[in-house]
Design a binder for this molecule. Structure first.
Ligand code: CA
Length: 132
């Protein structure tokens, strides 16, 4: 019984964190699945599509940045695919602020924590870290 309660609490914390953090980044609820299979990647900062587990490079930098979207994080290219986090999340001019200027947002163009295109030589270092 005690184990079940602990598992439930851990699951609740993980899911709550997932949604709280998604609101802190531009288009956090509409980051495309980089696998090309359609759908949304809910765990934006994780290698697991549904969140939890190992953080991807964007998740690590977001965490190190106290879970705040800043100009520096916006201009960074966490996954090393040549596009800034802001470009991928639809904030190319890094002028989005949570709850303030949603009209500035563009469409997402990629995933900030998973190098794309998956399988390309540029993205070889992430092989085996997640599955599509
Ligand atoms: Ca990138």
């Amino acid at each position: 019984m005690f184990t079940c309660v602990i598992l439930f609490i851990n699951l609740f914390v993980a899911v709550s964190g997932l949604f709280i953090y998604r609101e802190r980044i531009p288009n956090g609820d509409s980051v495309p699945n980089p696998c090309g299979t359609g759908g949304i990647w809910n765990g934006v900062g994780h290698y697991n599509q549904n969140g939890g587990g190992t953080l991807n490079p964007f998740g690590l930098e977001f965490s190190q940045n106290y879970h705040m979207w800043t100009i520096a994080l916006c201009n960074a290219d966490s996954d090393g695919d040549g596009k800034t986090n802001g470009e991928e999340l639809g904030d190319p001019f890094c002028d989005w602020t949570q709850g303030v200027n949603i009209n500035h947002l563009k469409d997402t163009t990629g995933h900030p924590g998973i190098c794309e295109p998956i399988g390309s030589p540029l993205c070889a270092t992430q092989e085996g870290k997640f599955s599509c």
